[in-house]
Design a protein. Structure first.
Length: 251
């Protein structure tokens, strides 16, 4: 495996001339879509006769308690769909769009077009199933005890990158296959990957000290580094399985 410093340099090289574009994609696009989603949810409340007397209620939740059952059900359905849409979009950005940018398949990401690319790919159903399987498996392992959940999180960490590769090749596969393949790829590398994430601790502290402002740069840097890690791990796993496993904590 490459040293952490090499992986981080590859990530920085991929981000050269793209910082503003990637920051817009990572932060502004989900934020704008989230705002639109909550405006739609609030519009449901305002469309009811009871909303005329909104000033008589201390909060939106108090008003919601007075609405007809059909309006309440519609409210929660829209909220659930909107939240899940935002989740799928965020996963697509972090795993699919970042991976394409690292591979130079796209020079500059379109903040909306590329963010919603998974919805036009023909693989949306499988992607949703993968998200559900990934989340349920992690939840199940975490319920056993916290530590197994953390270990499995690293075991399954490459599943969405694997999905992207299979999707690009037009393969026919089951979403669970991506999780299984990730588990095999990460066998012997979970601690190595943990140390890679841990090597960003100084940057994370800086993000907290700057009240989150530095995370505008740190998050894309970390995300692109994890893409570089996957590409290197894939090369080692499939290209030279006899390579000895080494843990390198150089940052």
């Amino acid at each position: 495996m490459k040293r952490f410093k090499e992986l981080k340099n590859e990530a920085l090289d991929s981000l050269k001339g793209r910082w503003a574009n990637v920051m817009l994609l990572t932060w502004i696009t989900p934020l704008l879509i989230g705002i639109i989603m909550y405006f739609l949810i609030f519009a449901i409340i305002l469309s009811t006769p009871e909303a005329i007397y909104y000033s008589n209620y201390d909060s939106a939740s108090d008003l919601l308690a007075t609405l007809p059952a059909s309006s309440v059900i519609l409210y929660y359905i829209v909220e659930l769909i909107g939240s899940f849409f935002l989740l799928v979009l965020t996963y697509n950005i972090l795993y699919c769009v970042y991976k394409d940018m690292f591979a130079n398949k796209i020079e500059k990401a379109k903040p909306i077009g590329d963010a919603v690319s998974i919805f036009k790919s023909g693989y949306l159903g499988k992607y949703i199933i993968l998200i559900l399987q990934y989340s349920l498996l992690l939840a199940a392992w975490t319920l056993l005890f916290i530590i197994p959940g953390i270990v499995k999180k690293y075991s399954y960490s490459q599943a969405f990158y694997i999905f992207k590769d299979k999707m690009d090749k037009g393969e026919d596969f089951r979403p669970i296959d991506c999780i299984t393949e990730s588990r095999k790829m990460m066998d012997g590398y979970k601690m190595n990957y943990f140390l890679l994430i841990l090597s960003f601790i100084g940057w994370m502290i800086l993000g907290i000290v700057t009240l989150g402002i530095a995370f505008l740069w740190i998050e894309p840097y970390m995300n692109m580094t994890t893409v570089a890690y996957y590409e290197n791990l894939k090369e080692v796993h499939y290209g030279n399985k006899s390579e000895s496993i080494s843990i390198n904590i150089e940052v």
